[in-house]
Design a protein around this ligand. Structure first.
Ligand SMILES: Nc1ncnc2c1ncn2[C@@H]1O[C@H](COP(=O)(O)OP(=O)(O)OP(=O)(O)O)[C@@H](O)[C@H]1O
Ligand SMILES: [Mg+2]
Length: 267
């Protein structure tokens, strides 16, 4: 195992005091795949991602990212991956160009290649003629594409996106996903969390995350066939019902407050 795998985790677990946010997660993400983590609020997606990025130490379990160990080689991981956190990590008081320049410096891009790379990313993100606009003045969709550009300055082979399109309008979401598909065609591996069903259906492979656990993994069509569901949402709900032993009467989007054994409570 490991050959051809961009990410492998076994029994990945994170406890915060006596609360287990992530509980024994096994993942295998092949190189070049678009891999989706689908789950409602509080499912443990961001916590899982943060351990994979090397910014949070697991309580238990193992993991390798691009061959680097998630305990001992976190600096290598951080240098090798592109990461877009759930809250875009842009500097609002810097312009589009200055944000890219800042990230290029963080990743120590040589001056000889820096300007070309930044110009390429401006074009990719469709931000031509907006180079001098402050990030604060960009609308959601532009901001998100600038953040993607910043995450790509060093040409990472693995891109990790934590709910990159939350709160962005449908047209911008579609444009963003076109960029994701293009990156995947170029061989970039993409791990993306979402709670949008249409986005999950666009992934090569999806893991359902709920209550800190993986409930099921497969291609979207495999998952639907396995449960003879109408769509991915149906299938997700059927797995949650099996896990909790409770009937879920709400839609996926209304599942926000459900955790195992405490349905309806805001605990
Ligand atoms: N530093 C922390 N200390 C205590 N509890 C935490 C901490 N970080 C996360 N949690 C808890 O762990 C659970 C999982 O959180 P996480 O942010 O991973 O979920 P998520 O799937 O990313 O949800 P969302 O869709 O809201 O982003 C939540 O109940 C959260 O409150
Ligand atoms: Mg999150």
């Amino acid at each position: 195992m490991g050959e051809g795998m961009a990410i492998v985790t076994t029994n990945l677990t994170k406890r915060f005091k006596d609360f287990t946010a992530v509980s024994g997660i096994d993942l295998e993400v092949s190189r070049g795949q678009i891999y989706g983590l689908l789950g409602p609020n509080g499912a443990g997606k961001s916590t899982t991602i943060r351990m994979i990025c090397g910014v949070l130490t697991p309580s238990e379990g193992e993991g390798k990212v691009l061959g680097y160990d998630i305990y001992t080689q976190t600096e290598n991981i951080k240098q090798s991956i592109g990461y877009m956190s759930q809250r875009f990590s842009l500097y609002e008081d810097l312009t589009v160009w200055e944000n890219l320049d800042f990230y290029a410096s963080i990743y120590s891009l040589a001056n000889t290649v820096k300007k070309d790379r930044m110009t390429e990313l401006v074009r990719m993100a469709g931000l031509e003629r907006k180079e001098r606009v402050l990030a604060a003045h960009l609308s959601g969709g532009w901001k998100q594409r600038l953040a993607l550009g910043c995450a790509l300055v060093h040409k990472p082979r693995l891109l990790i996106l934590d709910e990159p399109t939350a709160g962005v309008d449908p047209v911008s979401r579609r444009i963003f996903w076109e960029l994701i598909f293009r990156l995947a065609e170029q061989g970039v591996t993409i791990l993306v969390t979402t709670h949008y069903m249409d986005e999950a259906e666009s992934c090569d492979r999806v893991a359902f995350i709920f209550g800190g656990k993986v409930l099921a993994v497969g291609t979207p069509s495999e998952l639907i066939e396995r449960r003879r569901g109408k769509n991915l949402e149906d299938v997700f709900i059927s797995y949650v019902e099996e896990q909790t032993g409770q009937k879920v009467s709400s839609s996926f989007n209304e599942m926000k407050f459900i955790r195992e054994g405490q349905e309806g409570e805001n605990a």
